[in-house]
Design a protein around this ligand. Structure first.
Ligand code: PMP
Length: 361
Protein backbone atom coordinates (compact mmCIF):
# COMPACT_ATOMS: atom_id res chain seq x y z
CA UNK A 1 0.00 0.00 0.00
CA UNK A 2 1.25 3.53 -0.76
CA UNK A 3 2.52 5.33 2.29
CA UNK A 4 0.99 8.83 2.46
CA UNK A 5 3.49 10.95 4.32
CA UNK A 6 2.41 13.87 6.53
CA UNK A 7 4.33 17.12 6.66
CA UNK A 8 7.69 16.96 8.49
CA UNK A 9 7.32 17.21 12.27
CA UNK A 10 3.62 16.26 12.40
CA UNK A 11 4.29 12.86 13.97
CA UNK A 12 6.34 14.51 16.74
CA UNK A 13 3.22 16.32 17.97
CA UNK A 14 2.03 14.71 21.22
CA UNK A 15 -1.64 13.80 21.43
CA UNK A 16 -3.40 15.83 24.14
CA UNK A 17 -4.51 13.73 27.09
CA UNK A 18 -7.72 14.99 28.69
CA UNK A 19 -9.04 14.24 32.18
CA UNK A 20 -10.82 10.89 32.47
CA UNK A 21 -14.60 11.04 32.77
CA UNK A 22 -15.75 7.52 33.60
CA UNK A 23 -14.86 4.48 35.66
CA UNK A 24 -15.89 1.08 34.36
CA UNK A 25 -18.87 -0.32 36.21
CA UNK A 26 -19.55 2.75 38.40
CA UNK A 27 -22.48 5.15 38.23
CA UNK A 28 -21.55 7.41 41.17
CA UNK A 29 -18.33 8.81 39.69
CA UNK A 30 -17.09 12.09 41.11
CA UNK A 31 -15.14 13.74 38.29
CA UNK A 32 -12.44 16.01 39.65
CA UNK A 33 -10.02 15.55 36.76
CA UNK A 34 -10.71 18.51 34.43
CA UNK A 35 -11.13 21.60 36.63
CA UNK A 36 -14.80 21.94 35.76
CA UNK A 37 -17.29 24.02 37.74
CA UNK A 38 -19.06 21.70 40.23
CA UNK A 39 -22.14 23.98 40.10
CA UNK A 40 -22.38 23.73 36.30
CA UNK A 41 -23.19 26.92 34.39
CA UNK A 42 -25.48 29.85 35.18
CA UNK A 43 -29.20 28.86 34.92
CA UNK A 44 -29.59 31.91 32.66
CA UNK A 45 -26.93 30.53 30.30
CA UNK A 46 -28.63 27.14 30.25
CA UNK A 47 -32.01 28.73 29.35
CA UNK A 48 -30.35 30.82 26.62
CA UNK A 49 -28.74 27.73 25.13
CA UNK A 50 -32.11 25.96 24.98
CA UNK A 51 -33.73 28.99 23.31
CA UNK A 52 -30.95 29.16 20.70
CA UNK A 53 -32.30 25.98 19.11
CA UNK A 54 -34.91 28.09 17.28
CA UNK A 55 -32.46 29.60 14.81
CA UNK A 56 -30.31 26.69 13.79
CA UNK A 57 -30.77 27.30 10.04
CA UNK A 58 -29.13 30.75 10.24
CA UNK A 59 -25.41 31.27 9.91
CA UNK A 60 -23.92 32.95 12.97
CA UNK A 61 -22.54 36.46 12.69
CA UNK A 62 -18.87 36.42 11.89
CA UNK A 63 -17.68 39.29 14.06
CA UNK A 64 -18.97 38.11 17.48
CA UNK A 65 -20.06 41.71 18.09
CA UNK A 66 -22.69 40.92 20.75
CA UNK A 67 -20.43 38.67 22.77
CA UNK A 68 -17.46 41.03 22.52
CA UNK A 69 -19.68 43.91 23.65
CA UNK A 70 -20.86 41.88 26.67
CA UNK A 71 -17.29 40.90 27.62
CA UNK A 72 -16.24 44.51 27.17
CA UNK A 73 -19.03 45.80 29.41
CA UNK A 74 -18.46 43.27 32.19
CA UNK A 75 -14.68 43.67 32.24
CA UNK A 76 -14.46 47.36 31.24
CA UNK A 77 -12.60 46.62 27.99
CA UNK A 78 -12.69 47.98 24.43
CA UNK A 79 -14.60 45.34 22.36
CA UNK A 80 -12.40 46.18 19.37
CA UNK A 81 -9.48 44.68 21.26
CA UNK A 82 -11.22 41.36 21.94
CA UNK A 83 -11.22 38.19 19.83
CA UNK A 84 -13.29 35.06 20.50
CA UNK A 85 -12.43 31.45 19.81
CA UNK A 86 -13.47 27.84 20.20
CA UNK A 87 -12.17 27.60 23.75
CA UNK A 88 -9.14 29.62 24.75
CA UNK A 89 -7.20 26.79 23.08
CA UNK A 90 -8.23 28.26 19.73
CA UNK A 91 -7.16 31.77 20.73
CA UNK A 92 -3.76 30.34 21.76
CA UNK A 93 -3.66 28.69 18.34
CA UNK A 94 -4.40 32.00 16.56
CA UNK A 95 -1.40 33.58 18.29
CA UNK A 96 0.93 30.68 17.48
CA UNK A 97 -0.27 30.46 13.89
CA UNK A 98 0.13 34.18 13.29
CA UNK A 99 3.45 34.79 15.05
CA UNK A 100 5.56 31.60 14.94
CA UNK A 101 6.67 29.27 12.17
CA UNK A 102 9.31 26.81 11.05
CA UNK A 103 12.69 27.49 12.66
CA UNK A 104 11.25 29.72 15.39
CA UNK A 105 11.33 29.00 19.12
CA UNK A 106 8.42 29.12 21.54
CA UNK A 107 9.19 29.18 25.28
CA UNK A 108 7.14 27.18 27.77
CA UNK A 109 7.91 26.20 31.37
CA UNK A 110 8.68 22.89 33.09
CA UNK A 111 5.19 22.22 34.45
CA UNK A 112 3.40 24.39 31.88
CA UNK A 113 0.05 23.59 30.21
CA UNK A 114 0.58 20.77 27.71
CA UNK A 115 -1.11 22.55 24.79
CA UNK A 116 1.72 25.10 24.46
CA UNK A 117 4.34 22.70 22.99
CA UNK A 118 1.62 21.03 20.91
CA UNK A 119 0.65 24.38 19.36
CA UNK A 120 4.30 25.27 18.72
CA UNK A 121 4.91 22.01 16.87
CA UNK A 122 1.70 22.43 14.84
CA UNK A 123 3.28 25.43 13.11
CA UNK A 124 6.72 23.80 12.81
CA UNK A 125 8.26 25.85 15.63
CA UNK A 126 10.47 24.36 18.36
CA UNK A 127 9.14 24.36 21.94
CA UNK A 128 11.85 25.32 24.44
CA UNK A 129 11.00 24.24 27.98
CA UNK A 130 12.64 26.12 30.85
CA UNK A 131 12.88 24.95 34.50
CA UNK A 132 10.59 26.25 37.23
CA UNK A 133 11.65 27.00 40.82
CA UNK A 134 9.74 24.83 43.31
CA UNK A 135 6.69 24.63 41.06
CA UNK A 136 6.66 28.37 40.36
CA UNK A 137 7.42 29.98 37.03
CA UNK A 138 10.99 31.32 37.11
CA UNK A 139 11.23 34.70 35.37
CA UNK A 140 15.04 34.58 35.18
CA UNK A 141 15.01 31.11 33.61
CA UNK A 142 12.62 32.37 30.91
CA UNK A 143 14.70 35.47 30.20
CA UNK A 144 17.90 33.38 30.02
CA UNK A 145 16.30 31.11 27.38
CA UNK A 146 15.39 33.92 24.95
CA UNK A 147 17.33 33.82 21.67
CA UNK A 148 16.95 35.79 18.45
CA UNK A 149 14.66 32.97 17.27
CA UNK A 150 12.21 33.30 20.18
CA UNK A 151 8.78 34.48 19.02
CA UNK A 152 6.37 33.62 21.84
CA UNK A 153 6.53 32.96 25.61
CA UNK A 154 3.56 31.08 27.08
CA UNK A 155 2.70 31.31 30.77
CA UNK A 156 -0.50 30.47 32.61
CA UNK A 157 -1.09 32.64 35.66
CA UNK A 158 -2.46 31.09 37.88
CA UNK A 159 -0.61 28.09 36.47
CA UNK A 160 -2.02 24.66 35.66
CA UNK A 161 -1.32 22.12 37.22
CA UNK A 162 0.65 23.78 40.05
CA UNK A 163 -1.93 26.44 41.00
CA UNK A 164 0.86 28.90 41.79
CA UNK A 165 0.95 32.52 40.66
CA UNK A 166 3.45 35.21 39.71
CA UNK A 167 3.19 38.59 41.44
CA UNK A 168 2.55 41.82 39.53
CA UNK A 169 6.22 42.78 40.02
CA UNK A 170 7.45 39.47 38.61
CA UNK A 171 5.16 39.81 35.58
CA UNK A 172 6.39 43.33 34.98
CA UNK A 173 10.02 42.19 35.22
CA UNK A 174 9.31 39.41 32.72
CA UNK A 175 7.80 41.75 30.13
CA UNK A 176 10.48 44.41 30.66
CA UNK A 177 13.17 41.77 30.11
CA UNK A 178 11.72 40.42 26.85
CA UNK A 179 12.72 41.87 23.49
CA UNK A 180 9.75 43.99 22.31
CA UNK A 181 9.12 41.77 19.27
CA UNK A 182 8.56 38.67 21.44
CA UNK A 183 4.92 38.06 22.38
CA UNK A 184 4.09 37.14 25.98
CA UNK A 185 0.89 35.12 26.15
CA UNK A 186 -0.58 35.57 29.62
CA UNK A 187 -3.07 32.70 29.85
CA UNK A 188 -5.71 33.67 32.39
CA UNK A 189 -7.89 30.55 32.26
CA UNK A 190 -8.09 30.52 36.09
CA UNK A 191 -8.10 34.30 36.70
CA UNK A 192 -11.48 34.48 38.42
CA UNK A 193 -10.39 32.08 41.15
CA UNK A 194 -7.39 34.21 42.12
CA UNK A 195 -9.48 36.88 43.87
CA UNK A 196 -9.31 40.46 42.63
CA UNK A 197 -6.75 39.74 39.90
CA UNK A 198 -7.36 41.42 36.52
CA UNK A 199 -6.06 38.43 34.55
CA UNK A 200 -3.37 40.45 32.82
CA UNK A 201 -5.53 43.35 31.52
CA UNK A 202 -3.25 46.06 32.92
CA UNK A 203 -0.20 44.21 31.61
CA UNK A 204 -1.72 44.21 28.11
CA UNK A 205 -2.58 47.89 28.45
CA UNK A 206 0.99 48.80 29.38
CA UNK A 207 2.81 46.55 26.88
CA UNK A 208 1.91 46.14 23.19
CA UNK A 209 3.53 42.67 23.03
CA UNK A 210 1.26 41.01 25.66
CA UNK A 211 -1.81 38.94 24.80
CA UNK A 212 -4.22 37.84 27.53
CA UNK A 213 -6.41 34.76 27.01
CA UNK A 214 -9.49 33.79 29.04
CA UNK A 215 -12.04 31.00 28.98
CA UNK A 216 -15.72 30.22 29.59
CA UNK A 217 -14.76 26.62 30.46
CA UNK A 218 -13.82 27.14 34.11
CA UNK A 219 -15.64 29.73 36.26
CA UNK A 220 -18.53 29.97 33.77
CA UNK A 221 -18.99 26.19 33.69
CA UNK A 222 -19.23 25.93 29.90
CA UNK A 223 -16.37 23.54 29.11
CA UNK A 224 -18.67 21.45 26.93
CA UNK A 225 -19.61 24.40 24.73
CA UNK A 226 -16.04 25.53 23.87
CA UNK A 227 -15.73 29.33 24.11
CA UNK A 228 -12.71 31.46 24.96
CA UNK A 229 -11.47 34.95 24.25
CA UNK A 230 -8.35 37.05 24.02
CA UNK A 231 -7.47 40.69 24.73
CA UNK A 232 -4.57 42.52 23.08
CA UNK A 233 -3.68 45.68 21.17
CA UNK A 234 -5.84 46.57 18.15
CA UNK A 235 -2.92 45.73 15.86
CA UNK A 236 -2.54 42.22 17.25
CA UNK A 237 -6.31 41.57 17.19
CA UNK A 238 -6.36 42.63 13.52
CA UNK A 239 -3.62 40.11 12.80
CA UNK A 240 -5.34 37.31 14.75
CA UNK A 241 -8.63 37.85 12.90
CA UNK A 242 -6.83 36.94 9.68
CA UNK A 243 -6.11 33.40 10.86
CA UNK A 244 -9.61 32.89 12.33
CA UNK A 245 -12.28 31.00 10.42
CA UNK A 246 -15.22 33.37 9.82
CA UNK A 247 -17.84 31.12 11.45
CA UNK A 248 -15.67 29.69 14.22
CA UNK A 249 -18.36 30.22 16.89
CA UNK A 250 -21.98 29.11 16.54
CA UNK A 251 -24.92 31.37 17.44
CA UNK A 252 -25.67 29.09 20.39
CA UNK A 253 -22.12 29.40 21.70
CA UNK A 254 -22.15 33.19 21.47
CA UNK A 255 -25.62 33.67 22.99
CA UNK A 256 -24.93 31.27 25.86
CA UNK A 257 -21.54 32.80 26.64
CA UNK A 258 -23.09 36.26 26.64
CA UNK A 259 -25.75 35.18 29.15
CA UNK A 260 -23.08 33.51 31.28
CA UNK A 261 -20.76 36.48 31.47
CA UNK A 262 -23.62 38.89 32.22
CA UNK A 263 -24.68 36.75 35.20
CA UNK A 264 -22.08 38.37 37.44
CA UNK A 265 -23.89 37.25 40.61
CA UNK A 266 -23.47 33.59 39.65
CA UNK A 267 -19.80 34.15 38.76
CA UNK A 268 -19.11 35.77 42.13
CA UNK A 269 -20.92 32.98 43.98
CA UNK A 270 -18.81 30.32 42.20
CA UNK A 271 -15.56 32.17 43.00
CA UNK A 272 -16.52 32.54 46.67
CA UNK A 273 -17.51 28.90 47.09
CA UNK A 274 -14.30 27.77 45.37
CA UNK A 275 -12.13 29.92 47.63
CA UNK A 276 -13.62 28.56 50.85
CA UNK A 277 -13.67 24.89 49.77
CA UNK A 278 -10.15 25.16 48.30
CA UNK A 279 -8.89 26.35 51.68
CA UNK A 280 -10.68 23.55 53.50
CA UNK A 281 -9.28 20.97 51.07
CA UNK A 282 -5.73 22.28 51.34
CA UNK A 283 -5.78 22.49 55.14
CA UNK A 284 -7.11 18.94 55.37
CA UNK A 285 -4.44 17.58 53.01
CA UNK A 286 -1.65 19.32 54.92
CA UNK A 287 -2.99 17.96 58.21
CA UNK A 288 -2.87 14.44 56.77
CA UNK A 289 0.79 14.90 55.83
CA UNK A 290 0.21 15.53 52.10
CA UNK A 291 2.20 18.42 50.57
CA UNK A 292 0.04 21.21 49.14
CA UNK A 293 1.13 24.69 48.01
CA UNK A 294 -1.30 27.58 48.21
CA UNK A 295 -3.46 27.43 45.08
CA UNK A 296 -4.95 30.41 43.25
CA UNK A 297 -7.08 28.27 40.93
CA UNK A 298 -10.01 25.82 41.20
CA UNK A 299 -7.79 22.84 41.96
CA UNK A 300 -5.03 21.88 44.36
CA UNK A 301 -1.86 19.93 43.68
CA UNK A 302 -1.51 17.14 46.24
CA UNK A 303 2.13 16.08 46.64
CA UNK A 304 2.93 12.63 48.01
CA UNK A 305 6.18 11.12 49.30
CA UNK A 306 7.04 9.52 45.95
CA UNK A 307 5.44 8.39 42.67
CA UNK A 308 4.44 5.02 44.17
CA UNK A 309 2.49 6.73 46.95
CA UNK A 310 0.77 9.04 44.44
CA UNK A 311 -0.19 6.00 42.39
CA UNK A 312 -1.56 4.23 45.46
CA UNK A 313 -3.54 7.34 46.45
CA UNK A 314 -4.95 7.54 42.93
CA UNK A 315 -5.97 3.88 43.15
CA UNK A 316 -7.66 4.48 46.53
CA UNK A 317 -9.59 7.44 45.10
CA UNK A 318 -10.67 5.39 42.07
CA UNK A 319 -11.84 2.59 44.31
CA UNK A 320 -14.12 5.19 45.89
CA UNK A 321 -15.36 6.41 42.51
CA UNK A 322 -13.26 9.61 42.51
CA UNK A 323 -11.36 10.63 39.37
CA UNK A 324 -8.48 13.10 39.73
CA UNK A 325 -5.62 13.93 37.38
CA UNK A 326 -2.24 12.17 37.33
CA UNK A 327 0.30 14.81 36.35
CA UNK A 328 3.43 12.72 35.67
CA UNK A 329 3.25 14.04 32.09
CA UNK A 330 3.71 17.54 33.55
CA UNK A 331 6.94 16.53 35.31
CA UNK A 332 5.12 15.89 38.61
CA UNK A 333 5.10 12.09 39.03
CA UNK A 334 4.55 12.20 42.82
CA UNK A 335 1.53 14.53 42.62
CA UNK A 336 -2.19 14.43 41.85
CA UNK A 337 -4.20 17.43 40.69
CA UNK A 338 -7.57 17.54 42.40
CA UNK A 339 -10.32 19.87 41.21
CA UNK A 340 -12.16 21.64 44.03
CA UNK A 341 -15.63 20.09 43.87
CA UNK A 342 -18.76 21.14 45.72
CA UNK A 343 -19.11 20.70 49.49
CA UNK A 344 -20.06 17.03 49.26
CA UNK A 345 -17.36 16.31 46.70
CA UNK A 346 -14.65 17.88 48.87
CA UNK A 347 -15.84 15.92 51.88
CA UNK A 348 -15.63 12.69 49.85
CA UNK A 349 -12.02 13.46 48.82
CA UNK A 350 -10.99 14.41 52.36
CA UNK A 351 -12.57 11.27 53.81
CA UNK A 352 -10.97 8.97 51.24
CA UNK A 353 -7.46 10.46 51.41
CA UNK A 354 -7.69 10.67 55.23
CA UNK A 355 -8.31 6.91 55.41
CA UNK A 356 -5.56 6.28 52.84
CA UNK A 357 -2.94 8.27 54.76
CA UNK A 358 -3.98 6.84 58.14
CA UNK A 359 -3.50 3.31 56.78
CA UNK A 360 0.07 4.15 55.73
CA UNK A 361 1.21 5.25 59.16
N1 PMP B 1 -5.11 27.27 29.51
C1 PMP B 1 -5.00 26.54 30.62
C2 PMP B 1 -3.93 26.88 31.59
C3 PMP B 1 -5.87 25.46 30.85
O1 PMP B 1 -5.74 24.72 31.95
C4 PMP B 1 -6.88 25.18 29.90
C5 PMP B 1 -7.85 24.05 30.09
N2 PMP B 1 -7.33 22.86 30.48
C6 PMP B 1 -6.93 25.96 28.74
C7 PMP B 1 -6.05 27.00 28.59
C8 PMP B 1 -7.90 25.70 27.64
O2 PMP B 1 -9.19 25.84 28.01
P1 PMP B 1 -10.37 26.00 26.97
O3 PMP B 1 -9.84 25.68 25.60
O4 PMP B 1 -11.41 25.08 27.43
O5 PMP B 1 -10.76 27.45 27.06
Amino acid sequence: MTQITPQPGIMEIALYVSGESSLAGRQDVLKLSSNENPLGCSPKARATFAAAAGDLHRYPNTDHAGLRRAIGQVHGLDPERIICGVGSDEVLQFVTHAYAGAGDEVITTEHGFSMYPILARMVGATPVTVPEAERRIDVDAILAAVTDRTRIVFIANPANPTGTMLSGDELERLVQGLPPQVILVHDGAYTEFAGGFDGGVSLVDRHPNVVMTRTFSKIHGLGGLRIGWGYASRQIIEVLNRVRQPFNLSSAQMATAEAAIRDVGFTAHCAQLNASLRQRLRESLVQMGIGCDESFANFVLARFADPAEAEAADAALRENGILVRRVAGYGLPAALRITVGDEKGCARVIDCLGRFMAARR
